[in-house]
Ligand binder design. Structure first.
Ligand SMILES: [Zn+2]
Length: 318
């Protein structure tokens, strides 16, 4: 089984087990990236860094891992508990002509998206001496125009699909929970077609949720291990994890991610790969198998389940 780790490379710090994407917290990149590389090297794991243009000057030089592009459109203030921070990319703000504030990429026209992607790509090429061909969108938001703009800009891999989900800022609801890479259709990026781009969905836990170490405080590490086993036991060709670089500045997340990679690397026929090494895995029919989860139910899952039932009961009374 191939193992892919995509990392949204951006500023921020961890507070109460949660990432606060503060633009002044440059250690989210300056320390988060080398810390992640240190763990990855321990297990000969490969990391695909999706780098925001605004963090480029803090990204370490001569990194032996893949570098892709991460775009956060617009400029808007968000509240995180007692903290407020801006979402957006300062470099793109200063070097593109669009002045929209929406942080949702699909809200922009083809022309505007193309300009952001092209500007970001050119900057990465010039400053880091790489040719990025992998892409991750901020807030997981793309549409048919994004796909068109990526192909026109020479990208080959798109890694923003949080299969099975549809909040207000993205739509991946047509993808089944367990979904392998596919070439999107020109009419609908969520359907299979023959466009020259590979959509690489992130592995999803049961019943939902990205396989991301940042989810460990919510679901418990045993739930992420169960998801790995659900894929592994049915010979799924790919297991795709994601994370944000600032979580690697926090000792709790560092030790948990180390534990997860240690668990995964003990299995046979595991190959860590970059997104640029992915092929179109044919003839795999995914099956849901909740058995690995049943034997790994933990106190966090029980608490989540209890709260969901409580909400349902309270909701039905109203
Ligand atoms: Zn991001």
């Amino acid at each position: 089984m191939d193992i892919l780790i995509t990392t949204h490379t951006e500023f921020g710090y961890v507070h109460s087990d949660r990432i606060i994407p503060d633009k002044t917290a440059i250690d989210g990149v300056r320390k988060g990236v080398p810390n992640l590389i240190k763990i990855a090297d321990k297990y000969s794991a490969k990391i695909t860094f999706a780098v925001m243009p605004e963090v480029v000057q803090y990204f370490p030089k001569d990194v032996d891992h893949e570098i892709g592009l991460h775009i956060h459109a617009g400029w808007e203030k968000f509240q995180y508990g007692n903290f407020s921070c801006y979402i957006g990319d300062m470099y793109l703000r200063e070097h593109t002509s669009h002045r929209g504030t929406s942080t949702v990429l699909r809200d922009y026209s083809y022309k505007e998206q193309f300009e952001m992607i092209r500007t970001g790509k050119d900057y990465l090429e010039e400053a880091l001496d790489v040719r990025p061909i992998s892409f991750v969108s901020g807030r997981w938001s793309i549409n048919n125009d994004t796909v068109k703009a990526l192909i026109k800009s020479g990208f080959k891999y798109e890694c923003s699909a949080t299969a099975h989900s549809k909040p207000c800022h993205h739509d991946w609801s047509k993808l089944p929970r367990i979904c392998m890479p596919y070439q999107p259709s020109v009419e609908d990026y969520q359907l299979k077609g023959n466009l020259p781009l590979l959509e690489v969905p992130i592995s999803q836990m049961f019943p939902r949720g990205n396989v991301n170490p940042e989810n460990i405080p919510i679901y418990g590490i045993s739930w992420l291990k169960a998801c790995f086993l659900e894929y592994y036991n049915q010979d799924a060709p790919l297991f795709h994890m994601c994370l944000h670089s600032p979580c690697m500045t926090d000792p709790y997340f560092v030790s948990k991610f180390d534990e997860l990679l240690n668990f995964i690397s003990k299995h046979k026929k595991i190959h860590f790969i970059f997104s640029s090494e992915i092929s179109d895995y044919e003839n795999f029919v995914p099956k849901n198998n909740i058995f690995p989860y049943l034997v790994r139910i933990n106190s966090k899952i029980l608490k989540l389940g209890f709260n969901a039932i409580k909400l349902k009961v309270l909701g039905s009374r109203e």
